[in-house]
Structures are given as C-alpha cells and as structure tokens.
Design a protein around this ligand. Structure first.
Ligand code: ARG
Ligand code: ZN
Length: 844
C-alpha cells in the first residue's frame, strides 16, 4: 500500500504519559505498556488505531477492564471511551530472532533498539507516528550489568533500572540498551553552568577506541552553543556502539546508538577518513537533539526537515573544525556520486517526497544531502544574519512541536519578508536542474545568459523553473579579482545578467562554492579551463576546473581513443609543484572523477558508456601523469611525510592524503618498492591501507594481505577494511571471482550489515567489475540480494540502488540487468522494502 502526503490526518488523541516495563529474555521478552490517552473531541472521524507488527498480544485493558481488540498484521483497533482513559497491554517479542535489526534486537549478546522510522511498532502496540509525543518512563528488568534508556536515570538495582525522559518525544526516538558494557566517561558543563554526565558505552575490549569520539562529542556540544545558541537539556548523554546496525547512527533522545564503525577509532585501526567521518556523525546525531528531537517532524514526508538541516549543520561544524574548502569539495564529490544518479534515474524523488510504500527507502542522498544543499541555498539567498534570525525564530516558535516544511519556510518569510513560494519547488520537484550559460562580450560589457531546465521524471513530469542562486566572480588576466563574488538570483527559465565597465574581457568564475546543486553546462576551451585551474580565487571553482579537464580528457580517451590532454597534465604538474597550496587540497586536485560519474557524463552527452573503456582510460591517464611527473614525485612524497606523533587532525591528514595520492602515482613507476617500505614502517592504519592498496594494484599484495589478516583477525572493523580493499582493488576481470572467493571466507558473516557492505557494497562500487560484459556481476549481486532479503530487508533494499543506472548502458547490459531485476521481483515473499525498490527501478 502506498501512503500519500496529501492524506495526512492528525491522530485524534493526546498522550499524557507513557510507562513501559521490559522483562528481558532473548526469545521471550515481555513488554508492558501503560498509556494515558485523552481524546481530542474536536477531531473528526476519530479512530483508536495502534500500530503493532509481529507482536504476540498477551493482554489488553482499558481503565483496568480487559478488552479484546481487533488485530490485523498492521495493528489493532478497539472501542474506547469519549473521555480520558488508561490503556494497558502486554506483549511478547523475540529480540534474539530479530535479524532485520529494527525494533528490539540482539547484537553480540547485547539488547538494543532501532525505532526510526517505524520500528517501535515491533516493540509494543502504539500510535507509532512522529506527531504523537509523550513523556516516557521506562523500567527495565534484566540480569545484565548495564541497562539504559532515554532521559535521566531515576533509580537502579541489581537487576533493574528506571529511566524518565521529561521531554515529550515521538516513539521513533525511544531507545533501550542492555548488556555487558563498559563506559568511557566524560563530562560537559553547559553555557548556563549545568554539569552533564557523558558516557560512551562499548563492549569490553573496545575501551581503547573511545577517546576520539568523546572529544568529538564535547566539541559538538560547545559548537552548538556557540553557533546556534543550543544548550543540552538532560543530566546525562549516552552513546552506545553496536556491531550490527543498518545505518550509521541514531539520535534517540539522550541515548544515541551508533554503528560501531561510526564511533570507534584508534590510530592503529582507523584511517584519517574514518576519524573525520566519526567526528561528523557524532556531531550530526548530537545536533539532532534540537533539529529533530526538540523540534520533530509531523509525518515522515517531512524527513528532510530534520535530516537536511542536521546534515547542513554538521557540514558547517566540519568546515569550522577543519578546512572549509576541502569539506565543500568533498561534499560535492559525494553529492555527484550518490545524489545525482538518484535524481537522474528511476528512483528520483523530491527532497520532500509525496508518497511512499516503505519509508526506510527514503533515507536517501536526496533527502539528506540535497536537503542540506537546499538549506545552503536558502542561507546564501537571505544572508548569514537573516539565516541566524530565522533559526532563532524557528527554535522559539516550534520548540516541542512536530513540524512541516511549510513551518520551516514560514520563519524565513517572516524574518525576511520574502515570498518563498517559488523556492519551495526545491522541496517539491525531483530532478537535477541543468544550468546552461552563454557568454558574450561587447563594448566593455560581459553578458551571462543562463537557461535552466530540469528533465522530467516519473515523480515530476513537468518541472517548473526554480530559484537558483548563482555565485559569480570576475577575474582579470593575471588572476586578479575584478569583482568579488556576488549571488545572481535566477528565477526564470532564461535570464541575462550584465557586468559593465571593463577595458578587457574578464573571466567569469561561475557557480562558486557550488552555490546550487545543478549541472552547469558551459562550453569552455581547454585553455580557458586551464586558466581557471591556475588562477581562480574560489577554491571550489579552481578544483572544478581541474575536474572538468579530467572529465573531458577521460571521455575523449574512452570514447574516441584520444591521447591524454596536455592542459590537464600540465595543470596537474603545476598543482604538484605548488608547495603553497594546502596539501589536502592538492590531494583533491589530483583525484580523478569516479568511473560511474564518467559513465553518467557520457550518457548525458548522448553516448553509450563502455565500462571497460572507461577503466582503461582512467588507468592510462594515471600512468601518463605518473610518467610525466616522474622525478618530481619522490620529492613531494618526502615533503608530505609527517614526523610528529599521529594526530587525526586536518593538517596531518591532509599531508597523508597528498602522500597517498603521490604514492599511488609512484607505485606505477617503481612497481611498489616505496609502498612496500611504507607498509612495513607504518604505525597507523591510514599509511598501512594506502600502501596496501598500491601493492595490490601493482599485483604484489598477496603476502601482505595474508599477513594483514593474521595481524587483525580479531578486530572486526579492520577486517571489514580487509574485505573491502581486496574487492576495490581487484582488476575488473577478477572482481567477480574475488567476491566469490571472499564470501567463502569463514569471517564473511553476511548477516552483519557492515561485513555484507564491505564485500557486496565494495563490489557495486567497482564500476568495471560490477558491469562485466557477460552479466556475471549482476547475477552475483542479485543472488546475494535474494539471499539477504528475508533476513534483513532494509540493507537489501538499499543495495538494490546499484541497479538504478541501468538504462545508461548498452542494450546487452540492459537486458542482462533487466533479467536480474525480474528474477528478484519474482522471488516469493519478497519484502515490501525490496519490492518497492525493484519496481521503481524497473520503471513503467
Ligand atoms: N536518523 C538517523 C540519522 O540520520 C538515521 C536513521 C535511519 N534509520 C532508518 N531505519 N532508515 O542520523
Ligand atoms: Zn540524521
């Protein structure tokens, strides 16, 4: 069944309080609930429906009198009085059998929960919708050393604990954890002087991986006070690390639950990228306390209200903690890799979708990342001051409420007096706008004519023009800034902007900072691109110029067998030589566009991408650059070494990123000699892995791969990397076989989402390996999706998106993919999650 935004109706009852009692047992946990309901007598067609799935109802009563509700697979209904009443019921559930990892489940002997979006209904009968909020009191009875729930600790004994959360919340923010855990403690004094107890709870053995996460939490708490004026509101803040988790982490009130990969870190076992990601996710979940928890969503169509805003906030945090330019470029790379394919394929949906079958399928790059881009555009359009005022108003006006995108936009309208009616289309329309720009120069005036158009999609058959903030700056012939960045506000399908009074033609640097999530179409000569690569004063546009050169030359090489472009090579040599540039930024400049991104660009230009040709072009270009750079490389590599003790900060990790990029070029010339030395000497995982990757690519990694396994076999997060790397670095013709071998490994626990993604996820990211001409890659993935679906529908459904780009490819590959989609769709008992994904990908 499909749910529609337009069908929203309020619940019809207010909840005064919720009391829950858990008697924990792996296969027979009992959950008692006591809820005070007050009917909203003005609500038309009031109906008492409680969600509930896979529950064994033991008893139910209203005001103490037993009742017999009508039960369906989705929930129950019952006759209720027209006055306030107390609902009680008891159910039995089996956490140990819950492999879907939604609701209450077990991971390594520990009980934990994941309720967002609709998992609470697998714990007890309840109005499991975000606009129903209540205070919770939770009693946990269980023979485990640590028993946690939301809010403040009210009391505990040998085998019980009681928690009370004074802040009304929806059920999706409920959490419970019970297990043999140890705490890494900390504390934080808030701006008003309240002392908050902090704990990071982990399994014994993981104590040494907590310090970084704890510091990240404190930094986040401080930042949210300083930048958004948001103070924490409970006496205690707990974070728990869990090995079996479908997503990154979850912002349950006062009790965040994290995938252990998103919180545990040490220099020996984690890479610089892991550290940066962990810092961002800790911040993200903490920031949800205000954007998500204190102000939540009216319904799940409004998911971007909390996610887009919280992603935007965590990206601001990372920009402040590290390099803003590097963060921005990283976010654009990520957006193009994950959101653009979604927005331009059969899964396209608006940032605020209008219908869904399974809400878990809408925790997407569009809702999260494009949702954050929309907020960035809004901030750019209204300015920093008005943005801050609007946010203050948002918190003041809506604290304690379940809100909509209309509420969100209204605070901006009220603060600025702007009409955001057209801007709202960013929330309502699917598809990535194409922004074409044409330039003319006459009598000292530069004219920029922009034309926007968004391809129609199933979700948005007739897109209308959107408000596009285009940040533009003008540069003189020597790279001097002739006109500082200004934001052109595009609202029509076509618009011309003029810049006058120049003796010679200025260079227009367009879409600075990637000021809108669009595809910029601009015909520039390679000379002009090389100019921007050398001179643009905007770090994003400068990087983008190099990226465009790389893209153009790779496409010419793959499609026409052209030789590598000299402007690209010269530009990269200049970047390599430029010691004044931030090493992290130089490392980004040296990166190539992903092979899937190249395929997308070719399809966009009307060609049929050939994955093997794209792979070969990428290899050839790297090899050519390595040869051209030659003697330069060892010097840069040496200069990028870090002598100080390991720190995962921006400065050191930037140097290691540059050293890694240079090492990968050097390894093409020295056959892996330098990489061998680095591998042997490395005292941290960043250097170990970058060296091992080079050795594998040089075909010399076999011994080290085996030794690596022996060294780390007891560390599941490192072994995930071990699996992942072997798939990622397999030659295209061997990727399928590599996967088939690895899934036979005794440590391939396919029911663990991290391990499953380490192998199959890495495989779908191996463009030429996955798209092998004979279809063996498609068949292999489909086999595993069919196998995982009954066990864990959520993780299965997510990975179906590997097929979303299928119409880009040649008719043979399309037919091979179609056959696999049909085979998955025909699987008896296929989950609602996977059914929805496959049907959408198949298209009309
Ligand atoms: N709200 C969580 C986060 O962004 C993600 C939870 C997703 N859960 C899910 N079942 N789709 O931070
Ligand atoms: Zn979130």
């Amino acid at each position: 069944t499909t749910v529609y935004l337009k069908d929203y109706t309020p619940f019809g009852f207010t909840l005064e309080s919720v009391h829950l009692t858990f008697d924990l047992a792996p296969e027979t946990t009992r959950v008692k609930s006591r809820v005070l309901f007050r009917p909203d007598l003005s609500a038309p067609g009031r109906k008492f429906f409680l969600h509930g799935e896979q529950l064994k109802l033991l008893s139910a009563a209203i005001d103490g009198k037993p009742v017999t509700p009508v039960i369906t697979p989705e929930g129950l209904t019952c006759q209720v009085p027209d006055k306030p009443f107390e609902w009680t019921c008891e159910v039995e559930i089996a956490p140990a059998k819950n492999t879907a990892l939604e609701g209450l489940y077990m991971s390594n002997g520990m009980y934990c929960t994941q309720c967002e979006a609709e998992g609470f209904r697998k714990i007890t009968y309840y109005p499991d919708r975000p606009d129903v909020m209540s205070t919770f009191t939770v009693r946990i009875n269980g023979d485990l050393p640590v028993l946690l729930s939301n809010g403040n600790a009210e009391g505990k004994g040998d085998d019980w604990a009681e928690w009370h959360d004074p802040w009304p919340k929806p059920s999706y923010l409920f959490a419970l954890v019970a297990g043999d855990l140890v705490a890494h403690p900390g504390s934080f004094t808030t701006c008003s002087g309240r002392e908050v107890e902090l704990n990071l709870w982990v399994r014994p053995g993981d104590e040494g991986k907590c310090a970084f996460g704890m510091e990240a939490l404190k930094k986040s708490m401080k930042w949210d006070e300083e930048v958004y004026g948001r103070e924490y509101d409970l006496d205690i803040f707990n974070i728990v690390a869990v090995d079996d988790f479908n997503m990154g982490a979850m912002e349950n009130k006062g009790l965040n639950i994290f995938n252990s990969s998103a919180v545990l870190a040490s220099p020996e076992t984690s890479t610089d990228m892991n550290f940066e990601r962990i810092e961002a996710i800790i911040a993200h979940e903490y920031f949800h306390n205000w954007t998500g928890n204190r102000i939540t969503c009216r319904d799940w169509f409004q998911l971007c209200l909390k996610e887009g805003l919280t992603v935007f906030r965590d990206s601001q945090f990372t920009s402040d903690m590290r390099s803003a330019a590097v963060k921005r470029i990283g976010d654009v790379i990520d957006l193009r890799a994950r959101q653009f394919p979604e927005d331009n394929g059969p899964l396209a949906h608006p940032v605020r979708p209008e219908s869904f079958q399974e809400i878990n399928n809408f925790y997407t790059a569009t809702v999260y990342e494009k949702g954050a881009e929309v907020i960035g555009m809004l901030k750019r359009l209204v300015g920093d001051e008005a943005y801050a005022e609007a946010l203050d108003l948002y918190f003041a006006r809506h604290d304690g409420q379940a809100c909509t995108i209309e509420d969100w936009l209204k605070v901006f309208e009220d603060v600025t007096g702007r009409d955001l009616g057209q801007f709202k289309r960013w929330y309502q329309q699917a598809g990535t706008p194409r922004l074409k720009v044409e330039e003319s120069w006459e009598d000292g005036t530069l004219r920029l004519t922009f034309t926007q158009s968004t391809p129609p999609s199933a979700a948005t058959p007739a897109p209308l023009p959107q408000v596009i903030p285009v940040a533009v700056g003008l540069i003189g012939p020597n790279g001097d800034e002739l006109r500082e960045t200004e934001v052109l506000e595009m609202t029509k399908a076509t618009q011309t902007f003029e810049f006058s009074g120049f003796p010679t033609r200025p260079h227009a640097s367009i879409l600075r900072g990637f000021s809108a999530p669009v595809i910029l179409e601009r015909d520039l000569s390679t000379e002009e691109r090389a100019f921007f690569l050398a001179h643009d004063t905007d770090p994003f546009c400068r990087w983008e110029a190099g990226r465009a050169l790389a893209l153009d030359t790779l496409n010419a090489m793959a499609l026409r067998g052209a030789a590598p472009d000299a402007h690209y090579l010269d530009g990269m040599i200049a970047v390599l030589r430029d010691d004044a540039l931030d090493p992290a930024y130089r490392a980004l400049m040296l990166g190539l566009p992903g092979q899937s991104e190249l395929a997308a660009a070719q399809a966009e230009a009307g060609h049929t991408p050939d994955p093997d040709a794209i792979w070969t072009a990428s290899e050839t270009l790297r090899q050519t650059l390595a040869t051209r750079a030659g003697d330069l490389l060892p010097k840069i590599y040496a200069a990028a070494q870090v002598d100080d003790p390991y720190q995962p900060d921006a400065e050191q990790s930037g140097k290691r990123a540059l050293a890694g990029a240079v090492l990968s070029l050097m390894s093409r010339l020295d056959g892996g000699t330098t990489a061998s030395v680095q591998y042997a000497r490395a005292d941290n995982m960043t250097l170990k892995l970058s060296a091992l990757a080079c050795l594998l690519r040089a075909g010399k990694g076999a011994n080290d791969v085996a030794a690596f396994y022996e060294e780390w076999r007891d560390d599941r997060l490192v072994i995930d990397k071990w699996f992942m790397l072997q798939v990622a670095e397999a030659p295209p013709a061997k990727a399928v076989e590599t996967v088939k071998t690895l899934v036979q490994h005794p440590d391939f626990n396919w029911k663990n989402p991290n391990r499953f993604r380490a192998v199959l996820g890495a495989f779908t990211g191996h463009h030429a390996g996955f798209h092998r001409k004979d279809g063996a890659g498609y068949e292999l993935l489909a086999d595993w999706l069919i196998k995982l679906d009954p066990v864990n529908p959520q993780t299965t459904a997510r990975m179906c998106s590997a097929f979303q780009t299928w119409r880009r490819y040649d008719t043979d590959r399309q037919a091979l993919i179609r056959a696999q989609l049909d085979r998955i769709a025909a699987t008896p008992g296929l989950s609602r999650d996977t059914t929805e994904m496959i049907t959408r990908i198949q298209g009309a």
